[in-house]
Write a new protein. Sequence first.
Length: 179
Amino acid sequence: MIRTVTILLISLLFAGCSANQDQAALKPSPLASVGTFANAQQDTQLKAQPNQPASVDDSRRNAITNAVEKAGPAIVSITVTELQRGYTREFDAFFFRYFDVPIQREVKSVGSGFIISEDGLVVTNEHVASKNSKTIMIALSDGNTYEAELLGSDELADLSLLKIKGDRESFPYINFAGV
């Protein structure tokens, strides 16, 4: 017991000493911080002059809000009902190896995806919609709900491709790399 406590205390002391050495190595030199400050001051002067926002509303927008505004209509919610199969043990512990009873149950899960073409192709994860899916329902951001079918899935890449069924002519979709 005393030996364990001694080893523990020595280990903690060694760890504390090596942590101080690491912190000393990470401290920047005074010359490096002056150079960084000068560069930051120059960048600030360059950025402040040419592009002044037209209004407060424009200044609050950033890349994330712009991306959400563009991609938002193509993002979908996916509700999947699938049949899960398993076994239950209805007998006591002695006989459980020999008498597993098969069971089936319907399980609902929810995920998300995005539309990649005007005709309603949807990309999602394979763990959301797989070959075991019984029904797949897709809800758009405008509130409309459609049934979908699974065109293909890849378990290793965790990707599934769905096709929205319905009488709608076109769907909002996301362009990839300006294509």
